[in-house]
Design a protein around this ligand. Structure first.
Ligand SMILES: [Fe+2]
Ligand SMILES: [Fe+2]
Length: 187
């Protein structure tokens, strides 16, 4: 019987990229949509994998980051009265579909190779955070600055700093995990 595999590329499909638009409200809506997706769906799922694999400390880290993604959405919502529940962006919907596909056989994979799944989730989390703090949100910040919207530029800068910190936490966690220093729960 062939063993199903979850590759890092497959998990990376769970990343939804916020879309920059000439219309700042549309950019803000896409940002809120993506951050709330990470808060409500993506990182809680990574946390579930870590918990199932027997690494409650890593599950706690994923949930801590999930909570901060919520905060990023809140910071930007404070500048807009009218975001409401943003329409699901195309890329977010694609990411949700990818996650649903993975979830369908993830538990079996975690049973076979728990460390492999957790290590890949950490690597993907690092890539997600790097894309955001090195590329996507600096562009949003620069666009707001060019428009003369300094309050909004300041929020995006705060988000860039926060995503950089998330990448750092995940790098440290991956390092410890690979060194066998993350305690596994009895299961
Ligand atoms: Fe975020
Ligand atoms: Fe983040």
């Amino acid at each position: 019987m062939s063993r199903p595999e979850i590759t890092e590329d497959m998990i990376f499909q769970c990343f939804a990229a916020a879309q920059q638009s000439a219309d700042s409200t549309k950019t803000a809506q896409s940002f809120v949509d993506v951050e709330e997706y990470e808060n409500q769906i993506m990182y809680p799922e990574f946390a579930r994998w870590a918990r199932t694999a027997g690494y409650p400390q890593l599950a706690t880290l994923f949930m801590k980051v999930a909570g901060e993604e919520k905060l990023h959405a809140v910071w930007l919502r404070e500048l807009y009265d009218d975001i409401g529940v943003p329409d699901r962006g195309e890329d977010t919907q694609r990411a949700i579909d990818a996650l649903t596909t993975i979830r369908a056989n993830c538990d079996a994979l975690i049973a076979q190779n728990p460390d492999g799944v957790v290590e890949k989730a950490l690597k993907v989390a690092i890539s997600v955070e790097e894309r955001e703090y090195q590329d996507i949100y600096p562009r949003f910040r620069d666009q707001a600055r060019a428009r003369g919207d300094l309050r909004e530029a300041e929020v995006y800068q705060r988000v860039v700093d926060s995503e950089a910190e998330h990448a750092e936490w995940f790098r440290a966690a991956l390092h410890e995990f690979q060194a066998g220093q993350v305690q596994a729960a009895a299961h």
